[in-house]
Design a protein around this ligand. Structure first.
Ligand code: ADP
Ligand code: ZN
Length: 624
């Protein structure tokens, strides 16, 4: 069905449904909250979870007691449970507002796999009549809709015809102009919410700074004390940031070390295509491209292949990722710098939603910063300042010798421990060296040669190389000629990179380097330059893959369980993780349940899945 014949806005009810408009209003006053024992039982029965995680219980308790709430929880913290569980427990339907159809369908599949009565009402759904009937009959726990539908008067009338348990507003930062992804349609939700004053509202988001949170509360009419914030930390993600030398080889290394699914972000379409081709040839893995220049059907096909896969690599521009809920992405690599720390956090956050160990590796070069600064110049005055600050914050994260996680979390206003033990600088502590003297030599060479030459030429002048160009320009006569000391040579490149990241050196139009930022302070001896000592050579990073991929691939039992999962997924046309997550299969392989009851106590095995797949998994387990 296309948007054109979508009957919803115009003749929403159809003639034979007209009497519904005059149906008596439904009593929407909330019933008393279920007691804690009931809540735990439903958690186990429906989801197969033995307890809540993090702030989930606080959020669920508020919602069950009818209190509107804004939950800010990082990706993977389990936001969907905080409305799906109340949806199961409370009488009536939980209406979920979600910005993307793909996201809704993903949620729908997972909810239904757990036996939750769920439906989506979007322009892509042919079964809308059944959905409306089920809703009116009070037979839906969850109804997913897009914000533009939610704001229609006819839809408000529809909702009034049955009992509403809860409004859940997913990706709630879309309501705020402060947020990074403002969607005007979200502003239209308020009248709908206000039409049901007794129905609690639960707004959910993974990324919202202080401003955005306050704005969401105000826009959606949620009291200040309804704000619940979980930490931003993603402890299962291991962060690493390295200088880029030969990117294809570096990426191949990441792929080889991480057998699970992964995403590689590249800055341009051309780069995406090229890397996808090279890596497919060199790694033996399935590698596909994704960018906005591909035909929609190709994009959809590649995305579907990725979602369904247990080992595919997607090379993509940042166009890829939003709306993809794949829980078992094992690595995210950046082939160039992201736009900001916020972007970095969001993109790396697509790794390891299932809580299993995952890696985020960024490869950066000085030219990334050169390009970013060039783009800055094109931005209008008003935004330049804040964009420049974003870039500087990113440069600090990249140049730091401190814990990456600590820098990241402090950026989001948290006070993390000084060391996390799970990032590159914690695992392989780096030296910080005072490179102020060398920086003054380099900057001075830039200045004295007229701020037009690139690093290659500057290096020659500093090292005292007398090639034709040096002689021709008389650069052998300069005071900076040949002043580089032997031990300074190996760090010159790293220093130049650091100065470019910091903005003390900026690119000229013709590929040369000019003074910028605090260069004059450095030259005058008023600012110091500390840099991270460059690694001798990209050390071989072996011996770590074992704990990065906890799946006992190669263990015949685990492999057999995965095979069964693959078969079931294929039969049902869903991605394997909808059947069971890796962690569930791992627990099965190590606990080796022998009965249905024992199998039912494995995390992630709820009643519905036990009924649907229990016998078959037991059968496999019995053979080992
Ligand atoms: P988010 O939407 O916040 O990114 P999800 O709702 O997708 O997170 O949940 C992330 C993962 O955590 C899912 O695999 C989900 O099954 C799992 N999960 C959620 N709550 C729990 C819990 N209480 N115990 C165990 N696993 C959970
Ligand atoms: Zn750390």
């Amino acid at each position: 069905m296309t948007d054109d014949d979508w009957p919803y806005e115009t003749t929403f009810y159809g003639d034979d449904d007209a009497q519904d408009l005059y149906a008596p209003a439904i009593d929407q006053t909330p019933a008393p909250a279920p007691d804690p024992a009931q809540v735990r039982a439903a958690l186990q029965e429906t989801f197969g979870f033995s307890g809540f995680r993090g702030v989930q219980d606080q959020v669920v308790e508020r919602v069950l007691n009818g209190h509107s709430t804004l939950a800010v929880m990082p990706t993977g913290a389990g936001k969907s449970l905080t409305y799906q569980l109340p949806a199961v427990l409370l009488e009536g339907t939980c209406v979920v507002v979600s910005p993307l159809i793909a996201l809704m369908h993903d949620q729908l599949r997972s909810a239904r796999a757990n036996g939750i009565r769920a439906a989506t009402l979007t322009s892509a759904d042919a079964d809308w009549r059944e959905t409306l009937d089920a809703f009116r009959a009070g037979q839906l726990d969850l109804l997913y809709i897009a914000p533009e539908r939610a704001s229609q008067p006819a839809f408000r009338d529809l909702l009034a015809s049955s009992r509403i348990a809860l409004f859940a507003i997913d990706e709630a930062h879309c309501v705020s102009e402060w947020g990074h992804d403002f969607r005007p349609d979200y502003r239209l939700l308020r009248p709908l919410l206000d039409a049901f004053p007794h129905v609690p509202r639960l707004a959910l988001t993974a990324t919202a700074d202080h401003h955005t949170r306050q704005d969401i509360l105000a826009q959606l009419g949620i009291a200040e004390d309804g704000l619940i914030v979980a930490g931003f930390d993603r402890p299962n993600i291991r962060y690493a940031i390295r200088p880029r030398d030969s990117i294809a080889r570096q990426l191949k290394g990441v792929i080889d070390e991480n057998p699970g699914p992964g995403i590689i972000y590249a800055p341009t379409r051309a780069r995406v295509e090229q890397l996808a081709e090279t890596l497919a040839a060199q790694t033996g893995r399935r590698v596909l491209p994704y960018h906005a220049g591909l035909a929609p059907e190709v994009r959809a096909r590649n995305q579907a292949a990725f979602v369904a896969s247990e080992d595919m690599v997607m090379v993509a521009t940042v166009a890829f990722g939003m709306g993809i809920d794949k829980p078992d992405v094992r690595f995210v690599a950046h082939a160039g710098i992201p736009k900001s720390i916020e972007g970095y956090y969001q993109e790396t956050g697509r790794a390891g939603r299932d809580g299993d160990p995952s890696v985020a590796v960024m490869f950066w070069g000085a030219d990334d910063f050169a390009r970013a600064r060039m783009r800055l110049a094109e931005v209008d005055e008003a935004r330049q300042q804040s964009e420049r600050q974003r870039l500087e914050a990113l440069a600090r994260l990249i140049e730091t010798a401190d814990c990456r996680r600590a820098v990241l979390l402090r950026h989001f206003g948290e006070s993390p421990p000084a060391r996390c033990g799970n990032c590159d600088t914690c695992l392989e502590p780096v030296d910080v060296i005072d490179a102020t003297t060398l920086a003054r030599k380099l900057l001075s060479a830039v200045y004295r040669t007229g701020q037009t030459y690139g690093l290659g030429h500057l290096e020659k002048v500093l090292m005292g190389v007398t090639d034709e160009r040096v002689l021709q320009r008389g650069h052998d006569q300069l005071s900076v000629f040949g002043i580089l000391r032997e031990e300074e040579k190996p760090i010159l490149k790293a220093l130049a990179r650091a100065l470019q990241a910091r903005g003390s050196l900026v690119p000229t139009e013709h590929g040369g380097l000019a003074l910028g930022g605090d260069a004059r302070d450095i030259l005058k001896g008023e600012a110091a330059v500390m840099i991270v000592r460059p690694p001798k050579k990209e050390r071989a990073r072996r011996g770590r893959s074992a704990d990065q991929t906890p799946n006992p691939v190669g263990d015949p039992l685990f492999d057999a369980l995965r095979e069964l999962r693959r078969d079931l997924a294929r039969d049902q046309g869903v991605p394997p993780y909808v059947i069971f997550h890796d962690a569930t299969l791992r627990e099965m392989a190590s606990a080796r349940p022998a009965t249905l009851a024992e199998l039912g106590s494995i995390t992630g095995v709820g009643t519905r899945k036990l009924d649907a797949y229990g016998e078959e998994f037991l059968h496999v387990l019995q053979q080992f």
